[in-house]
Write a protein that binds this ligand. Structure first.
Ligand code: XMP
Length: 522
């Protein structure tokens, strides 16, 4: 296994992720673990992450000396390389210019780490790598025993190697996807240089996660807020696999769920998997508090508050629960670490993750280190249905932010049916390659507009509500394009909604990008 020491970079988990992708088990620990921990860990190799500090200043993180005495390969990335250089007798210079973004690195000499890995070869025969850089300081003088491994115009020592001791350092970031050969370089390190067998896979992951959950909670009871979303569902399935009936899930139906969602969640978890699930129908409570409220932020706050309220009452009944399990995944961890630093509140997000400390429960977050696509693979491996695991995201406040203005049960009922028709058609309409439009879009849903317009049906005049369709394509939900759905598909959806949902006589399609629009309408 590989030990990754974290020096505070935002992308440290990406290193772990690439190592996992290479089929090797790794764990991330803070840089200041004890020498004893390092000696007993049994690492086949150590990777030192990047970080925001400057080694030229005192009191900044250093690599535990034991790492260099282990006799195993060590790979320093960015700050990790600088710390290594400084501690082994080289020199690091405070940067005058920051280098940020794309760079081309020239591989120098022949090193076990980079040989035969390149994006292109120059006319004079040098392998070149397209990489992503982000640093201020740079190594000015290599420590004794090191030779030059890579360089750029701005950064003459962009990589260094002591092949005798198998110590390597690079200034660029092999863990980010912008470094095209990054995965190949990390794989080279962990498999070829450290000698790890690339046979670690999802079943192994499950076995390890199960063992670690059992160890963590012992014979305690655990509660989990199940929302029906991917993350809480996968967390529930994993924890149930580990501790069975010691887990109780609380599923709060706020009356703002999608069509038939409550029944589907119960069927999948309670019936198929045998998980203990308490279903709370709190529709009246939510609707009561939302009556007369039109301001989007006020609505969000009410839904968030009531959710906590209901959850607290239910969990209070479980006297023996000591743990609160959450489906926090790694992007949530980064997002909340960055909170409060900058930016206005565009929307106050609410999800099941936002439960209060007053519950007095210890936190169990078994998905904390995983990225979304890994969570999905884990879900499939745990036996959750593919369609569930690859479902579009659904916001915590549910239809509450898709019914503009005041929320009424009557509106929610209309919207649910219109939305189900839209999703049904997206799932059933495939492109030339056989991929459905549901899978080709990142998120798609209907929005209820509380305005009436005039229509004609048969011989009669109608005066009914409008539904807007929204479908977007995006990688990260921070920016998004509206999806260019085929006209025939849109036509079918519109026909079906108007014919099948009495109360809706007009359907429009939202063609706004994000920014300036957001994905949800409120
Ligand atoms: P916006 O509307 O901000 O949405 O472009 C970006 C993504 O976030 C989802 N979203 C939420 N998710 N709680 C959530 O868990 C919320 O309060 C919330 N509000 C928006 C939205 O569905 C989209 O995927």
């Amino acid at each position: 296994k590989i030990l990754i020491l974290d020096f505070g970079s935002q992308v440290t988990q990406l290193i772990a992720r690439r190592v996992r992708d290479a089929g090797v088990f790794s764990e991330v620990y803070p840089y200041d673990v004890s020498d004893e921990f390092i000696r007993n860990y049994g690492a086949a190799g150590v990777i030192l992450s990047g970080g925001q500090n400057s080694v030229t200043e005192g009191d900044t993180p250093r690599v535990p000396q034991a790492v260099f005495a282990l006799g195993v390969p060590v790979f320093g990335i960015c700050y990790g390389m600088q710390a290594m250089a400084e501690q082994l007798g080289g020199k690091v210079e405070m940067g005058k210019v920051r280098e940020f973004g794309y760079a081309e690195v020239r591989a120098r000499g022949h090193t076990a780490l980079l040989s035969d890995i390149s994006d292109f070869v120059t006319s004079d025969g040098h392998g070149m790598l397209k990489v992503w850089m982000s640093h201020g300081d740079k190594v000015d003088q290599m420590p004794p025993g090191f030779k030059l491994m890579a360089s750029t115009t701005n950064c003459p020592i962009a990589g260094m190697a002591d092949e005798e001791r198998r110590f390597y350092g690079v200034q660029f970031h092999p863990e980010v996807t912008h470094t095209d050969q990054g995965e190949a370089i990390l794989k080279r390190f962990v498999v070829d240089i450290c000698g790890c067998t690339p046979d670690w896979n999802m079943p192994d992951y499950i076995a390890e996660a199960v063992a670690s959950i059992r160890k963590q909670v012992g014979s305690d009871e655990v509660i989990l807020g199940l929302s029906g979303g991917v993350d809480s569902s996968v967390a529930a399935a994993l924890i149930h696999r580990a501790i069975g009936d010691q887990l109780t899930c609380v599923f709060v139906d706020h009356g703002l769920l999608r069509l038939d969602e409550g029944n589907m969640v119960m069927e999948m978890f309670a019936e198929n998997l045998g998980v203990k699930v308490i279903r709370v129908d709190a529709t009246d409570q939510f609707m009561g508090h939302l009556a007369g409220v039109t301001d989007p932020e006020a609505k969000r706050k009410i839904i968030g508050r009531e959710f906590v309220e209901v959850f607290q009452v239910e969990s209070g009944k479980l006297k023996n629960a000591k743990w609160l399990a959450q489906g926090t995944i790694y992007p949530d961890v980064i997002e909340s670490a960055g909170k409060g630093k900058k930016g206005a509140t565009i929307k106050s997000h609410h999800n099941v993750g936002g439960l209060p400390e007053t519950l007095n429960l210890k936190l169990l977050e078994p998905l904390r280190e995983l990225f979304k696509d890994e969570v999905r693979k884990l879900g499939v491996a745990l036996g959750l249905p593919h369609a569930m695991v690859y479902r579009h995201p659904f916001p915590g406040p549910g239809l509450g932010v898709r019914i503009l203005g005041e929320v009424k049960k009557e509106f929610a009922d209309l919207l649910r049916r219109a939305d189900a028709i839209f999703i049904d058609e997206l799932r059933n309409t495939k492109d030339e390659s056989g991929e459905s439009w549901y899978d080709k879009t990142s998120q798609a849903f209907a929005v209820f507009l509380p305005v009436k317009s005039v229509g004609v049906m048969g011989d009669g005049r109608t005066y009914e509500y409008v539904v807007a369709l929204r479908a977007v394509q995006t990688q990260d939900f921070m920016t998004a394009h509206w999806a260019h759905l085929p006209y025939e598909l849109l036509g079918r959806v519109s026909n079906r909604i108007i014919n099948e949902v009495r109360g809706i006589n007009r359907v429009v399609y939202d063609i706004s990008g994000k920014p300036p629009a957001t994905i949800e309408w409120e």
